[in-house]
Design a protein around this ligand. Structure first.
Ligand SMILES: Cc1cc2nc3c(=O)[nH]c(=O)nc-3n(C[C@H](O)[C@H](O)[C@H](O)COP(=O)(O)OP(=O)(O)OC[C@H]3O[C@@H](n4cnc5c(N)ncnc54)[C@H](O)[C@@H]3O)c2cc1C
Length: 394
């Protein structure tokens, strides 16, 4: 990884001393710990070790956005995205793990905040998100998993798809239908639940099958079957029947976080390609003697910076308490499309070496591809943007 200076005399004002310090901390951690682990474990489809999770907790990463009164650092989305971008330069899954703390689950009661947030900030209570289903991905309001009340318990039946980290997490945030689907308003009657579990296993009434992925290694993604999982009444998150809104509530932050992850992947690919182009010699000199290679690198850098500035803007808007659905969708869309392009160009600069598993650029490329699909496929981002511009289609 090329070492870029953290601060320059002309550093923009919004990159305050404190933000630069957080960024530098994450940059150093990524360089020394995340990247070497990813280089070793990704080719074997290995798992992020618990020791790395502990180190991230030690640095305060899981509590970045958790208020200080609950044991966190009380920072905003801006700082969260700065850290995510750095971690993604090492390994996408580690940058995603960051989101499994930081208040994931949304609507906790005061009592749950008191009990759970300090444990989350300490990295002892990290979650997995069980929203998507095989037949309800983009159209997630169409979900079928159901929870039926029996006395003072909920009993869950159904399946979930794509639940990443379901095995290693300490809890699941599960979305299930608690009243029959109204075809005219399918988003109504969905509720969210907190499912406590032991790390490394599934609770009674839940079983899982691993999804075979082409990337996003470091953790497993699961298809889950719920066959009579019993939950105490108190595990309902927020109001019954309002779970869909809870899922939507985190979308702006999720989109900013995904933009940050895509930018991190692209930056890592650019750094690797720059280093490679400076050392690889053809026609009597380094690849950087060719204008095409120089221009490619320049275009990659310009595209990354444009996405980064949009992501900074969105993070600032969210931290200021202003709604920015359209801009957040734009940031996710622009950054992820850019990341696929830039990582592919970085692979091209590596020539044949880029198509081997000896260089990390193939990992950046595989992982960047995912950022166009998950957290709302890019076609859905375009729908959000165009609906905001033109009004929804009838
Ligand atoms: C590796 C991985 C990890 C994931 N982790 C999680 C997780 O932890 N938890 C979780 O809940 N989910 C997770 N997901 C699910 C992810 O969010 C969905 O895959 C994504 O939302 C797309 O849904 P889908 O796969 O069902 O695609 P579909 O909805 O079937 O879409 C297929 C294609 O049709 C397009 N399309 C669909 N509807 C429209 C429309 N209205 N207009 C235009 N185009 C449309 C889509 O954009 C896409 O190109 C993960 C997915 C992957 C691949």
């Amino acid at each position: 990884m090329t070492h870029r200076p953290a601060a320059r005399p002309d550093t923009p004002r919004y990159l305050t001393e404190e933000r630069l310090a957080i960024q530098e901390l994450a940059r150093q951690f990524t360089r020394e710990r995340v990247r070497p682990l990813a280089d070793e474990l990704d080719p074997q489809q290995g798992t992020i070790p618990d020791s790395l999770r502990d180190e991230m907790a030690e640095l305060g990463f899981f509590g970045l956005m958790i208020p200080e009164e609950h044991g966190g650092l009380g920072q905003g989305v801006f700082e969260y995205c700065l850290v995510a971008e750095e971690l993604a330069q090492g390994w996408l899954s580690v940058a995603s793990l960051l989101a499994r703390g930081n208040g994931m689950g949304g609507e906790f009661t005061q009592q749950q905040c008191k009990e759970l947030l300090p444990r989350m900030a300490a990295g002892e209570y990290l979650g997995a998100f069980a929203l998507s289903e095989a037949e309800a991905g983009s159209d997630v309001a169409n979900l079928s998993c159901r929870a039926r009340q029996e006395g003072n318990e909920w009993v869950v039946h159904g399946t979930k798809m794509w639940c990443t980290y379901a095995d290693q997490a300490d809890y699941l945030v599960l979305f299930a239908r608690t009243s029959p689907k109204d075809p005219a308003k399918p988003h109504r009657g969905i509720s969210a639940f907190l499912v406590d579990k032991q790390r490394g296993t599934f609770p009674e009434g839940v079983s899982g099958t691993k999804v075979r992925k082409i990337g996003y290694h470091g953790w497993s993604t699961w298809e889950l079957s719920f066959d009579g999982l019993r939950l105490p009444e108190s595990m309902l998150l927020g109001e019954e029947g309002r779970g869909f809104y809870l899922a939507l509530g985190g979308l702006e932050v999720g989109r900013a976080h995904t933009a940050a992850r895509a930018i991190g992947l692209a930056q890592a690919a650019l750094d690797d390609a720059t280093e490679y182009a400076q050392t690889r010699r053809q026609f009597g000199g380094p690849l950087t003697q060719f204008q095409d290679v120089r221009f490619k690198l320049a275009r990659m850098a310009a595209d990354i910076e444009a996405s980064r500035q949009l992501m900074y803007h969105v993070a600032t808007e969210i931290d200021s308490g202003r709604r920015c659905d359209r801009e957040a969708a734009m940031a996710k869309y622009v950054a992820s499309e850019m990341a696929e392009r830039v990582t592919s160009d970085a692979m091209q600069i590596h020539g044949g070496a880029g198509y081997t598993t000896d260089f990390a650029v193939e990992r950046h490329w595989r992982d960047a591809r995912l950022t166009r699909i998950f957290e709302g496929a890019n076609e859905i981002q375009l729908r959000v943007i165009s609906d905001d511009m033109l009004g929804a289609l009838r």
